[in-house]
Ligand binder design. Structure first.
Ligand code: SF4
Ligand code: SF4
Length: 91
């Protein structure tokens, strides 16, 4: 049966995806997820800056952070960069 899908050789160089990145929930790529210990967290917000996926949100109205597991890919950068060791990567 012939497929209508293009092979990789037929796709133009620098082809652009037609969906915005917000429509791709990439969070299921992860094996480990970051879990923050609010007792250790000093709200320095370094993890927000370091997260390459913008998956940690500062919520000023709650004076707190929130991990968006729909987009967190489990890279562990936040846990590595937290100066207070307040984030642990868990299964
Ligand atoms: S880097 Fe660590 S201490 Fe700073 S806000 Fe993030 S979890 Fe809290
Ligand atoms: S594990 Fe990676 S993607 Fe997930 S919140 Fe931390 S820095 Fe962001």
């Amino acid at each position: 049966m012939k497929t209508e899908k293009k092979g990789w050789k037929e796709i133009p160089i620098a082809g652009v995806c037609w969906k915005p990145s917000t429509e791709y929930l990439t969070g299921d790529w992860k094996t480990y997820k970051p879990v923050r210990d609010p007792e250790k967290c000093k709200l320095c917000l370094l993890c927000v800056i370091f997260c390459p996926d913008g998956a940690i949100h500062w919520k000023p109205e709650e004076n707190d952070l929130e991990f968006d597991y729909n987009f967190c890919k489990g890279c562990g950068i936040c846990a590595n960069e937290c100066p207070f060791k307040a984030i642990e990567m868990k299964l």
